[in-house]
Ligand binder design. Structure first.
Ligand SMILES: Nc1nc2c(ncn2[C@@H]2O[C@H](COP(=O)(O)OP(=O)(O)OP(=O)(O)O)[C@@H](O)[C@H]2O)c(=O)[nH]1
Ligand SMILES: [Mg+2]
Length: 267
């Protein structure tokens, strides 16, 4: 535990045109979890999002960081860039959260506390105590059915696979080879969890209440929903291929397992 507690957690926030949300969100995170560091990954938003971050950064230059990318490159690569930035700097716990207040920053301490004894903590709308607020019944149905669909194809027991309010131990993110992930949007969230599951890490769900975004517009699209719909099959076939590989090389598997357990024990 010592390495984990020695360095604060890093909260990563991807933003695209979130100027009205990001200032209050940075304030709220600092209010509820004053010890964390925050990295905003902004994709050249044209509404002044980066300027809002810089304004807050002046008051907390050692705790708020900004990664600016050239254009809208997608949620998945924004997280890969943010996680890589954090891993390179030795953060031992990294947390994903949206900028728009759909994810209540009050839950950050609870998610990080659970992470002390788990590898991954998933903010979950679909376990007891969790839920969605003010959602159109159709959106609720699509989201719930999407998680159920992915869960049954991938053979996982996690109830909320598409959510983006999750805490990760650095070990897990290092092991799952972030750079090879090509998914975007919801399927990015599914793939991260699936890779951690395949690598044998323990995934634990923590109930969260998901609210409608506070300001601004959604960046999700029908294309992103369809991407998730088809991509889970690709993930599953890759899983089958890796099972076949492991069946051929049980000694290698044993080696890998011992290695990951030993690594986990170091923290
Ligand atoms: N850097 C970056 N951030 C993005 C991109 N697309 C979305 N985001 C951010 O990712 C988070 C989630 O996107 P949202 O549009 O809120 O998606 P959603 O929560 O599924 O949809 P709503 O409930 O309608 O808001 C927000 O903080 C967005 O600003 C992108 O291409 N690049
Ligand atoms: Mg949102």
């Amino acid at each position: 535990m010592s390495a984990y507690t020695a360095k604060p957690a890093l909260v990563v926030i991807p933003t695209y045109n979130e100027a009205m949300n990001i200032g209050p969100m940075l304030q709220a995170i600092q209010g509820h979890a004053p010890e964390v560091h925050i990295l905003v990954v902004d994709d050249n938003s044209q509404d002044g999002t980066a300027e809002e971050v810089k304004a807050q950064q002046r008051a907390a230059p050692d705790r708020i960081f900004l990664l600016q990318r050239a254009g809208k490159l997608g949620l998945g690569t924004a997280y890969i860039a943010g996680f890589t930035w954090g891993l390179d700097r030795g953060y031992q716990a990294l947390l994903e959260i949206d900028a728009d207040f759909s994810h209540d920053p009050r839950e950050i301490p609870a998610l990080l506390h659970k992470l002390l004894t788990r590898d991954v903590v998933i903010g979950s709308r679909y376990i007891l105590g969790g839920g969605t607020e003010n959602w159109h019944p159709m959106r609720k149905l699509i989201s719930k059915a999407g998680s159920l669909y992915a869960r049954s194809i991938l053979g996982m027991t996690i109830r909320d696979l598409t959510g983006g309010y999750n805490a990760w131990r650095a070990d897990v993110l290092r092991t799952i080879d972030l750079m090879s992930i090509r998914s975007e949007g919801y399927s990015f969230q599914i793939e991260l969890k699936y890779r951690a599951f395949l690598a044998g890490y323990s995934l634990n769900e923590h109930p969260i209440l998901f609210s409608e975004r506070r300001e601004g517009q959604s960046k999700m699209s029908g294309r992103i929903i369809w991407e998730a719909f088809f991509r889970v099959w690709g993930l599953r076939f890759r899983h089958r291929a890796s099972n076949a590989r492991l069946a051929k090389a049980p000694e290698d598997l044993a080696q890998e397992h011992v290695y990951s357990v030993a690594k986990a024990g170091l923290d």
